[in-house]
Each structure stands twice: as C-alpha cells, then as structure tokens.
Design a protein around this ligand. Structure first.
Ligand SMILES: CC(C)(COP(=O)(O)OP(=O)(O)OC[C@H]1O[C@@H](n2cnc3c(N)ncnc32)[C@H](O)[C@@H]1OP(=O)(O)O)[C@@H](O)C(=O)NCCC(=O)NCCS
Length: 269
C-alpha cells in the first residue's frame, strides 16, 4: 500500500484563503479551514491516495478513486473545495461540484429528481486522514461546503454515500441532509443513500415542542441493515431523517410531513 503522506507538503496558510479556525474536539489543537485552489492539488491527491489505500477491500466502494487529472479538471471548470489544515498538513477535504445548463452532469451515480442543474451543488470526495478521525472534521467540511453552495446561489445540496458508511451518512444527517432515495451505482456496484437538502430548509415551527411531538408520531424506525424495507418507504416518498446510534435504527418520515404538521399545528396549536 502506498502512503503518499510525505508528498502531502505543508500548506502555507499565509498564501491561502482561511475561512475559519477552530480547535480539534479530542485534543484542543488548532486547525484552519481553507478554500482549496488549483495549487493545492498535490496535497489533495496525496491525502486522497492515503485515504483510499487505507480502505479495506470490501469498503473500496465508499469512494470512487480520483486521479490528479480529475482534480485538475475540477478546478479548471470553476468547481470548488474546502480543506482543513492541522500542523501545516491537509488532513481533510471535500469538493463542491457545480453543474451548469451547459455541463449538467451531477456526478451522482443513480439519483432521480427533477432539479435544474444550475440549482444543484454536489458534495463529493469528502475524506479525513485516518490519523485525524474522530473529531467530526467531516461535519466541518460539510457545513463549509454548504455555505459555499449558498453563496453560489445553489438551492439544492446533494451527495451520495455507501449505505454501509455510517460515519459518512450520519455526518451528512447531522448537518441537515435527508436520505432522499437509495441508488445502485453502476460504476462500482455500491448501494447508495442519495442525500438531499434545500439550502434554506428550516422552519421556525420545527423548534417548538408541540410541532416536534406531532412530527414524532409520523415516523417509522427501521433497522440500519434492512435496506429493502428502507427502499420501500423511500419509493413511497418518505425521507430518512435521523439515526438512533444505540439501537442502530434510522428514523423515516412521511412525505410532506412538515406541511401536514404545520396545518394541524395551525388548527390546534
Ligand atoms: C467518513 C469520514 C470522512 C468521517 O470522518 P470523521 O469526520 O473523522 O468521522 P468521526 O469518526 O468523527 O465520526 C462522525 C460521526 O459518526 C459517528 N460514527 C462513526 N462511525 C460510526 C459507526 N460505525 N456507528 C455509529 N456511529 C458512527 C461518530 O461517533 C461521529 O458522531 P459524533 O460526532 O456524534 O460523535 C472518514 O471516516 C473517512 O475519511 N472515511 C473514508 C473516506 C470516506 O468514506 N469518505 C466519505 C465518502 S461519502
């Protein structure tokens, strides 16, 4: 297994666009969130190779391997990305793919929902160096990518995750994305959760206790490994919205639940 960490040269923060800074959850050490640019491609490619090589053979479907030419095309086409730098090294990154009318490809393997390409932002190639896991850095990358998507005027956020990749889809869920559907990726045979969120999804009603109590009644909890049952609900338009880490169950919600609950809420609450 090749370890390209030595090629992951230090990033000079003075020459980078630093978007935010923070401290790592487990040890309090400082990190910086930067906007990735073409000049950071060697570090991205090195981190990506390190992460991909580290995946067990059965987990290779967690991410499609990308070569340096892919990263070069990505930045040449005005897409963007976010990186996290710790002790000078790029330890986490994620890319934001921004389709256009002219180039509508979303890079999603099996996602069916009619949305104009120019309204979509796709988060992909998210990863954290194995030595830097457990600080929820993926959540930080996701929220930074979401901000970038909003700034670029995109209304819908998408991503796809292998259904077995709990750390990944759980991180998306914690940042507000829902499981929209299950897809079968023809590129590598992976079974994928298609994750989706609108960039302005939050309604004040969701914060009230009455609203949440009403919403809870309309949920179904399905064991994590019962993909066929989950597919059935998703095909009827339900969405996966939560995860119970103790019981390993996913919470699914009926379609248009928010609207229905708001209407009941207006009548009774
Ligand atoms: C997916 C990945 C980016 C997550 O890295 P990370 O941000 O360090 O993730 P963490 O270990 O902090 O886990 C994130 C959350 O998932 C939870 N989690 C992780 N594994 C879990 C599991 N097997 N079961 C339940 N929960 C789990 C963690 O407890 C954490 O939740 P918390 O913040 O509430 O404690 C990293 O594992 C990775 O790079 N994997 C290989 C590449 C990959 O799969 N990329 C995603 C492509 S879509």
């Amino acid at each position: 297994m090749a370890d390209n960490l030595n090629e992951n040269r230090d990033i000079d923060l003075a020459q980078a666009t630093v978007i935010a800074t923070g401290t790592l959850r487990k040890n309090g050490e400082s990190y910086s969130v930067i906007r990735l640019e073409e000049k950071h491609i060697p570090q991205m490619a090195a981190l990506h190779d390190r992460v991909y090589n580290d995946l067990a053979p059965s987990d290779k479907t967690f991410m499609l391997h990308k070569d340096t030419a892919y990263f070069t095309r990505h930045f040449a086409q005005s897409h963007t990305g976010i990186g996290i730098v710790h002790n000078g090294k790029l330890v986490a990154h994620g890319l934001l793919h921004l389709p256009t009318k002219q180039y509508p490809n979303t890079e999603m393997g099996d996602f069916k929902k009619k949305i104009k390409p120019q309204d979509i932002a796709v988060m992909l190639n998210l990863q954290v160096h194995p030595d830097s896991r457990g600080h929820s850095l993926m959540s930080i990358v996701i929220s930074s990518l979401m901000n970038q998507a909003q700034k670029r005027g995109r209304k819908h956020l998408l991503s796809e995750v292998d259904v077995r990749n709990t750390a990944s889809w759980y991180s998306f869920m914690k940042e507000g994305l829902k499981i929209h559907s299950i897809g079968d990726d023809p590129r590598d045979g992976a079974v994928l959760y298609n994750m989706h969120a609108k960039t302005k999804p939050l309604m004040k009603h969701r914060l009230s206790k009455t609203f949440n109590a009403m919403a809870a009644k309309k949920n179904a909890d399905i064991p994590q490994n019962e993909i066929t049952r989950q597919r059935g609900l998703l095909k009827k338009g339900w969405h996966g919205v939560s995860y119970n880490t103790k019981q390993n169950t996913l919470g699914f919600r009926r379609p248009n639940l928010a609207r229905r609950v708001i209407n009941t809420f207006k009548r009774t609450g």
